[in-house]
Ligand binder design. Structure first.
Ligand SMILES: [Zn+2]
Length: 283
C-alpha cells in the first residue's frame, strides 16, 4: 500500500515465534529488571519510588503510586511470555467474550466508534498534513482501523502480534508487520499520526514505547490513544490502569502535549465499560 513506510529492521519476514529478541531489547529488559532489583519498584508514569500495595487478583499483585496515583501490576510477564500470549487466537477469544455492544453488531458499533474518533480529532489536521500523510497503528488487529484511515486518504501501516489477525489483514491488501512494536525501528519522523486502541494498558513499559513512538512521529505529529478507565483487576492482560490525569502525565513525560479527549461509556454483554480517548501532539 505504501512502500516508503519501511522500518529499518523488518522482522515480519521471519516467523515471529522462532525469532530471538533483538539484543537492544534484551539489554533494555535486563536493565529494567536489574534497576528494579537494586532500587525497588518505581512508578511507570512519574518514576517515583513512593509505591504502596494496592491489592491483588488471581493473576497479579498491584501497586499504587503515592505521587501520581497510577495503579499498575507489580509482576508483569517477560516480553517472551507476552508475545506468546498474543501470537495465536487472542483477539478472536476477546471478541467472543465481549459479544455485541448495546444490541448493535460488533462491526457496526466498532465502525461508528472509530468514525466518531476520527471526525473529532482529524479533519483540521488532515487539511494541514495534506496528501501523502502517513499513519501507524500499534496493535492494529486485522487492520479495520487503518482501512478506515486509508479511505480518508492516509498511507497506512499496522503493527500486530497476532499471526491470525496479520494474515486476515494482509489478505485484504493491508500492510501489516507482525511483531511487538518494540521490535521495529522506523526512521525518525516517519509518521504524521499514530493510533493505539486498547494497547497501552497491555504494554510492559508504556513510557518506553511512547518515547519510541515520539521519535517516529514527525514534528507536530498526533497520537490518539484509547484505554479503559474502569479498573478490571480480574483481567490478566491489563497491567496499567490509567485515569485521564495519569494518561496526560505519561504523554507529557514522553514528549507529547495533551490536546483533547473525551470519555465513552457503554455496556457490552451487560458489563459497564468506560474508555478515555485522548489526542496529543508531539512536542
Ligand atoms: Zn507516579
Amino acid at each position: 500500500m505504501c512502500a516508503e513506510i519501511d522500518p529499518v529492521r523488518r522482522p515480519d519476514e521471519v516467523p515471529c515465534a522462532r525469532r530471538r529478541p533483538a539484543w537492544g531489547a534484551l539489554l533494555l529488559e535486563d536493565y529494567r529488571l536489574i534497576k528494579r532489583q537494586f532500587l525497588g519498584l518505581s512508578c511507570p508514569v512519574c518514576g517515583s519510588y513512593r509505591i504502596r500495595d494496592h491489592g491483588r487478583s488471581y493473576h497479579y499483585t498491584y501497586a499504587r503510586c503515592d505521587v501520581c496515583a497510577m495503579v499498575f501490576a507489580k509482576d508483569i510477564p517477560t516480553r517472551r511470555r507476552l508475545h506468546d500470549r498474543y501470537v495465536e487466537g487472542y483477539i478472536e477469544q476477546r471478541r467472543a467474550f465481549f459479544g455485541c455492544a448495546d444490541g448493535r453488531t460488533w462491526d457496526d458499533a466498532w465502525e461508528n466508534d472509530r468514525n466518531e474518533i476520527f471526525d473529532r480529532f482529524l479533519p483540521g489536521f488532515e487539511a494541514v498534513a495534506g496528501p501523502g500523510r502517513r499513519a501507524l497503528e500499534v496493535g492494529c488487529a486485522e487492520g479495520r482501523q487503518i482501512e478506515l484511515l486509508a479511505r480518508r486518504g492516509w498511507e497506512v501501516v499496522g503493527v500486530e502480534i497476532g499471526a491470525d489477525m496479520v494474515r486476515e489483514g494482509r489478505a485484504r491488501g493491508l500492510r501489516i508487520l507482525q511483531g511487538m512494536i518494540e521490535d521495529f525501528w522506523f526512521p525518525c519522523k516517519t509518521f504524521h499520526l499514530i493510533v493505539m486502541s486498547h494497547v497501552i494498558e497491555h504494554l510492559a513499559d508504556p513510557l518506553r514505547v511512547l518515547r519510541m513512538l515520539r521519535r517516529m512521529a514527525g514534528p507536530g505529529g498526533l497520537i490518539i490513544i484509547e484505554t479503559p478507565l474502569l479498573h478490571d483487576f480480574g483481567d490478566r492482560d491489563h497491567f496499567h490502569f490509567f485515569t485521564e490525569a495519569t494518561l496526560q502525565a505519561i504523554l507529557d513525560r514522553a514528549g507529547f502535549i495533551w490536546s483533547d479527549h473525551f470519555v465513552r461509556e457503554y455496556r457490552r454483554s451487560g458489563v459497564p465499560h468506560k474508555n478515555v480517548i485522548a489526542c496529543a501532539r508531539r512536542r
